[in-house]
Write a protein that binds this ligand. Structure first.
Ligand SMILES: Nc1nc2c(ncn2[C@@H]2O[C@H](COP(=O)(O)OP(=O)(O)O)[C@@H](O)[C@H]2O)c(=O)[nH]1
Ligand SMILES: [Mg+2]
Length: 448
């Protein structure tokens, strides 16, 4: 990190304020060169104008703040120029700073430097992007919990307990007469304690992923059962085209909604109908894909019609998925009863609605919510697959360690516990590879 990076840190567009940020060794030298007032002290606001030192051309007025290493976001020298929130003025200032020797920052490079300088761990760094991208208040809450160390503290506690156990085992191995040995029962108890902590963290993944990443709820069923009508009822405004002619929903229609705090992508699929119509066939393919990729399927039936072969085809398509059976058009005389459906879908949630008359929608919403988040959510959740994989590997090593207790090979137990510590180190980023780092920080925007 021996070069100085620069980027516009505010979103591209017109706004009240725009910020250009520099970080790296020559930051102060370069920043001061383009700013009219002498920036004498760090962490102090100076007002002045920004200019091109070569041409003496004034670009904008604004304020400058200098953060001296290590007391900055990145842990390096940082210089911030706050100007008017235009596009061209900010771009020109960046151009001038690049001419003075700075380099345009890569995506997430400021945060990457902060991580590499120990300002935050990898979980906290990832929480920053989750916070920026949060689509609902619940998602924001999860991201802030992680940013403020909710997960990192738990990992630290787990590591501390593992180190204690390892030192007890190894002390007993190296100094058998001086150190009280841990008997097998005590050792197993300690490993179990850690195992439970890791497992409880792991169990937060489904909720964490769903709240942070969102949930795909797919409305499926044969043509004309009322899928588009239900989509509109759930969206609370008319979005999809509703028509009496079967097969009018040609494509999948998607809409992102804030579903009681959870970012939900609602997807209305076209009916899977045997047809020569090319567009409809295309829609059909997409709907099969949507069902496959959906987290939760609302599988709809028409109460005013007998079951058809097509309904049964859908039953196959949605089998094994997390689904809710929805019996629609219950305002019409019944030809398909809930009893018949119950026989077909034993032990599954079946709910009766009238999408058109908006009856039963609130109950359906409650059931969808419970399907998305079956348990009360905890305060600290893991949200990424990377975290999940690390913790799953940790569980495997801890279970192996437990098996080895009492076999006389305490060194082997200790080895497994050390492996667990390594995995936790990967999780918080102490032992992480550059490839993983690059993948994580490339998700960020430039200037962050
Ligand atoms: N009576 C009644 N008609 C409905 C209901 N839901 C949908 N419909 C009608 O059924 C027809 C097909 O609905 P649509 O939403 O386009 O079905 P899709 O093909 O599954 O998307 C339209 O004429 C809707 O007005 C309902 O609950 N009751
Ligand atoms: Mg439709």
């Amino acid at each position: 990190m021996n070069d100085t990076i620069v980027a516009i840190s505010t979103p591209k567009g017109f706004g009240g304020i725009g910020v250009v940020r520099l970080s790296g060794p020559t930051t102060f030298f370069i920043g001061q060169k383009v700013f009219s007032a002498a920036v004498e002290k760090p962490r102090t606001v100076y007002s002045g104008y920004i200019f091109n030192p070569d041409t003496k051309e004034r670009i904008d007025t604004g304020i400058a703040i200098y953060f001296k290493a290590p007391h900055s976001y990145t842990g390096e020298d940082v210089f911030e120029l706050q100007m008017h929130g235009g596009v061209k003025n900010l771009e020109l200032v960046v151009k001038v700073l690049i001419q003075l020797g700075a380099r345009l920052a890569e995506r997430g490079e400021f945060t990457k430097r902060a991580f590499l300088n120990g300002k935050l761990d990898l979980i906290e760094a990832e929480a920053i992007i989750e916070l920026i991208e949060a689509k609902t208040e619940k998602a924001l809450g999860v991201a802030s919990g992680r940013l403020f160390g909710g997960i990192s503290d738990k990992i630290f506690e787990i590591k501390k307990r593992l180190l204690y156990t390892i030192s007890a085992i190894e002390g007993a191995i190296d100094f058998p007469f001086d150190v009280e040995t841990l008997n097998a029962d005590e050792l197993e108890k300690q490993i179990n304690g850690v195992l439970n902590l890791v497992k409880s963290l792991l169990s937060t993944y489904k909720a964490g992923k769903r709240i942070e990443g969102g949930v795909k709820v797919v409305i499926a069923g044969r043509a004309n059962v009322g899928k588009s009508t239900l989509l509109n009822a759930l969206l609370k405004f008319d979005r999809a085209i509703v028509s009496e002619i079967p097969g009018t929903t040609r494509d999948t229609v998607e809409e992102m909604i804030d579903f009681f705090g959870i970012p939900v992508r609602l997807i209305d699929t076209a009916g899977v109908r045997e047809t020569k119509d090319v567009i409809e066939a295309l829609g059909k393919e997409r709907s099969v894909k949507a069902i496959r990729e959906g987290d939760i399927i609302l599988f709809m039936f028409d109460a005013s019609e007998m079951l058809t072969a097509e309904d049964r085809k859908f039953a196959k398509l949605t089998d094994g998925k997390d689904r809710i059976i929805v019996l629609n058009k219950t305002d019409l005389p019944a030809k398909l009863t809930i009893k018949e459906l119950k026989n077909l879908f034993n032990n599954e949630d079946i709910i009766q609605i009238s999408a058109l008359k908006k009856k039963g929608i609130e109950v359906l919403e409650q059931i969808i919510y419970n399907k998305i988040l079956p348990q009360e959510i905890e305060s600290s959740l893991i949200t990424t697959e990377r975290e999940k994989n690390c913790l799953e590997d940790a569980v495997r090593h801890l279970e192996k360690a437990k098996e080895l207790v009492g076999s006389g090979g305490d060194e082997l137990v200790s080895e497994e516990l050390k492996e667990t510590i390594t995995l936790l180190g990967i999780l918080t980023g102490e032992e992480v590879s550059t490839e993983i780092l690059d993948t994580i920080f490339s998700r960020f925007c430039i200037g962050k």
